[in-house]
Design a protein around this ligand. Structure first.
Ligand SMILES: C[S@@+](CC[C@H](N)C(=O)[O-])C[C@H]1O[C@@H](n2cnc3c(N)ncnc32)[C@H](O)[C@@H]1O
Length: 234
């Protein structure tokens, strides 16, 4: 991408159109919590990272638990310098490879099949939609710890801690996102790992029925986008 294009703000609608081309996980596995991030949550997370905090354009980006690559590819499309995506599931990475080639992002996006623990080095920005720990309690903690070990800015998606009908109503009415306080547990965990929660945005996430324990055709729930900064960045 040329210098001019790097500085141009990409419209959110164009980003959503781009994200809609990315195929989701064909046979999601419940134990890995393999649901694909919705287009609206992915585009909001990417937009906040790119244009509120300047954490995407020209940056080295890492997508932990990249699945089929929606966040990794979105970051590349918005102008990241390089993007690394890693996932433990072979079919997810195979689908991500197909998504990279069909969206023309092969020059900048590198995909790894493996456990997040094998990532070393330093990244400007980490994007992640980790397993929330619904199937395996605490599954999201290893992701947060790794993100803060290797990244300077972290955008991490988490389950909203309580079912808050008033918040759901407000989010449905605005079709947008609202700033909410961080969960005290996650705020403490981040502090213990040399980071600080800058803000948290709640959004409604809608996913199609994909697991037997989903009782409705569509599943609506509130997710929180955590914006986290490492303290003492060199
Ligand atoms: C909720 S899905 C998110 C997928 C994708 N980032 C998205 O938002 O569409 C979580 C992903 O983390 C992957 N995963 C779970 N544990 C992992 C681990 N230890 N190392 C690497 N990937 C892992 C799963 O295979 C799954 O694709």
């Amino acid at each position: 991408m040329g210098e001019f294009a790097q500085k141009r703000i990409i419209r959110k609608l164009d980003l959503e159109l781009f994200l809609s081309k990315i195929s989701p996980q064909p046979t999601p596995q419940a134990h890995l919590e393999q649901y694909t991030i919705s287009q609206s949550v992915a585009s909001t997370m990417l937009y906040v990272a790119a244009y509120a905090d300047n954490d995407i354009v020209g940056k080295k980006v890492l997508d932990l638990g990249c699945g089929t690559g929606r966040l990794a590819l979105g970051a590349s499309y918005l102008g990241a310098k390089t993007v690394v995506g890693i996932d433990i599931d072979e079919l997810a990475v195979k689908t991500a490879v197909e998504n990279v080639s069909k969206t023309g992002q092969a020059e900048k996006v590198q995909l790894i099949l493996g456990d997040i623990s094998c990532i070393v080095g330093e990244f400007d920005t980490v994007l992640q939609n980790p397993p929330f720990g619904v199937q395996t309690r605490t599954a999201d903690r290893a992701f947060l710890a790794k993100a803060l070990e290797v990244g300077n800015s972290v955008y991490s998606l988490h389950n909203h801690p309580v079912t808050d009908e008033k918040l759901i109503k407000q989010l449905k009415a605005t079709n947008g996102f609202l700033e909410v306080p961080p969960s005290p547990f996650l705020e403490r965990f981040v502090l213990q790992h040399n980071g600080v929660v800058k803000c948290v945005y709640a959004m409604l996430m809608t996913i199609p029925k994909m697991f037997d324990f989903h009782t409705k055709l569509k599943h609506d729930f509130v997710v929180d986008i955590y914006v986290i900064k490492k303290v003492n960045v060199k």
